[in-house]
Design a binder for this molecule. Structure first.
Ligand code: EPZ
Length: 435
């Protein structure tokens, strides 16, 4: 297993190219199961989660081909851009997403809607919990049942079947913690091939939902209201292949915005969309971070003093839960007492213990963490636990006095493409070592 060794204290300065969004690419890869012909996707990041989804698609009778590099990087030789990914369905008799793949990547649940709509049957291992807490799929199942699918559980699998064709209807899709991103996408995909109109009330509004809807429309789907809490989908008989570019990864971008702030550096983040980060920008500006944009580039720098703030995670367009841990790392160095409340995944605080081992003074009280700012963070040997908590440890390592060792960085490889190369290119002292 690989580890990162990071020597803290360097101010980051320079430009970073933001990759395509993991959380958009994963459901879009699953949606390509519904296309007839060859789908070509651009800006698909090279990540282990993407590899897992491609492996799953291959087991579901799909030919997957990644072209070589998509061209020279603007900022650093070794950050060559990715080539296009071709997806072509060849065999529609397969319909099982095995436990071995689902347990490593919960987003495999994205194949549920497309397989039911296109093949009439789907067997998906029930995704277990993960480091950020329970990951139920009851809203996915309920939404698909309302379209006429029938479900049963069998040996740890969800078995879904459709007799005849799914039928559109009006439904409420929200849950106790608000909308479900992948649940909205699953039901949207299924409704695209259902008979008649489906109205989704309480739909998730994340940019990743909009990106998947945009691709489905290119494939011939009739969708309105994507990006708002009420979506209308008029079912069609079939969907054809298309070419689509994945949107930039707003969570990767937000992570590097915080990297600039925590190291008191100056970063230019290229190929990103600041409109997807309005709540993050709002909170960072309150901390004292300067954020400006010019076309598709975001400029981030910070004054030495960091103000303590309050932040509560919300569904989009609120502050994303996927940047909660990273903001907490920054607030460890702010002047005063900050408060973070986690409304989406109330248990998403595994990073608290590790940040405290690096000198943070964080007290968790239920779904709230109180962060007392300190002058410095110390280096330590820490362990990555989940994708975003690991990113928070990298950020802390960038300012920790001395050398920080982060073990089990495979968690980071799931969601950050070439993170050590990108950080090295702007002055970070970081290296990957194999144990
Ligand atoms: C997506 O997960 C993202 N993953 C997550 O990013 C992200 O944290 C999450 O949305 C929230 O923004 C991908 O897109 C691959 P949800 P998703 O369904 O769709 C509850 C990362 O780090 N819920 O929107 O699975 C759920 O427990 C990952 O990149 C139900 O109760 O999340 C949570 O409290 C982590 N029943 C809330 O809804 C359900 O059937 C929101 O979850 C589904 C969800």
């Amino acid at each position: 297993m690989d580890s990162f060794l990071i020597r803290g204290g360097n101010r980051l300065k320079g430009a970073i190219e933001i990759s395509g969004s993991k959380n958009s690419a994963l459901p879009i890869l699953a949606a390509a199961l519904m296309a007839e012909g060859k789908t070509t996707l651009h800006s698909v990041p090279r990540l282990s989660d993407i590899d897992s989804m491609c492996k799953l698609l291959i087991e579901l009778g799909v030919k997957v081909h990644r072209h070589d590099t998509g061209g020279k990087s603007e900022v650093a030789e070794h950050c060559a851009l990715n080539g296009p990914l071709d997806i072509e369905v060849q065999d529609e008799t397969k319909n099982e997403a095995r436990y071995e793949i689902v347990r490593t990547m919960r987003a495999s649940i994205c194949v549920l809607g497309p397989l039911l709509a296109k093949r009439g049957k789907c067997v998906v291992s029930i995704p277990g919990g993960c480091a950020i807490g329970d990951r139920p799929v009851d809203l996915h199942v309920r939404g698909l049942q309302k379209l006429g699918a029938q479900f049963r559980t069998e040996k740890g699998n969800i078995v879904g079947e459709v007799h005849g064709r799914l039928k559109g209807t009006r439904m409420y899709l929200g849950g106790a913690q608000g909308p479900t991103v992948l649940g909205t996408i699953n039901v949207m995909c299924a409704a695209a091939l259902a008979e008649g109109e489906t109205v989704l009330v309480g739909a998730a509004c994340e940019p990743e939902v909009v990106d998947c809807a945009t691709m489905l429309i290119k494939m011939g789907a009739k969708i309105q209201g994507h990006g708002t809490p009420e979506m209308r989908i008029e079912g069609v008989e079939k969907l054809h292949a298309c070419e689509h570019r994945i949107i930039p990864d707003r969570i990767e971008c937000g992570t590097f915005m915080i990297a600039a702030a925590i190291t008191n550096g100056e970063l230019e983040l290229k190929h990103c969309n600041l409109d997807h980060l309005i709540a993050v920008t709002d909170r960072l500006e309150e901390v004292g971070v300067n954020v400006t944009r010019e076309n598709g580039t975001i400029f981030v720098s910070s004054s030495r003093r960091l103000n303590a703030i309050e932040m509560t995670t919300q569904p989009y367009p609120g502050f994303p839960t996927d940047l909660q841990a990273q903001l907490m790392a920054l607030l460890c160095l702010s002047d005063g007492m900050s408060v973070i409340t986690e409304r989406i995944f109330p248990d998403r605080f595994l990073h608290v213990g590790e940040l405290n081992r690096m000198g943070g003074r964080i007290r968790k009280e239920g779904a709230t963490a109180v962060i007392q700012g300190v002058k410095d963070l110390q280096s330590a040997t820490v362990m990555a636990s989940d994708l975003r908590a690991s990113a928070a440890l990298v950020l802390a390592g960038l300012v920790g006095q001395g050398q920080t060792r982060i073990d089990r960085v495979y968690h980071i490889d799931r969601g950050y493409e070439k993170i050590e190369q990108k950080l090295m290119a702007v002055g970070a002292d970081i290296q990957r070592v194999s144990n």
